[in-house]
Design a protein around this ligand. Structure first.
Ligand code: ZN
Length: 96
């Protein structure tokens, strides 16, 4: 979990989506959405998409999801259905 703490300490909380369903573990949980303000954090995710500024984190299974700006705004405005369409990042995969 130390990696997770290091991860979250570099990000600013954008919003928390209460009772959102994680598409990975299917738990109803409070999904945390972070805004990336440190470009270094992108390097921790070799996903090949460097334009993404928002991430969602599932506190239940520690899965991380990339969000577009519009998805993040939707979640902030209460549209937690957005989570159904997200896929968890797989750090092993760099071919997007
Ligand atoms: Zn989860």
């Amino acid at each position: 979990m130390s990696h997770l703490l290091d991860f979250t300490s570099r990000l600013k909380t954008f919003c928390v989506a209460e009772n959102a369903v994680c598409p990975k573990c299917l738990q109803s949980t409070n999904m945390h959405v972070f805004e990336n303000y440190d470009s270094a954090i992108v390097l921790a995710f070799p996903v090949g998409k460097f334009g993404t500024n928002y991430f969602a984190l599932c506190p239940s299974c520690s899965s991380t999801f990339m969000l577009t700006d519009s998805e993040a705004e939707k979640i902030k405005s209460g549209d937690i259905e957005v989570f159904k369409n997200l896929e968890a990042l797989k750090k092993e995969e760099s071919n997007v």
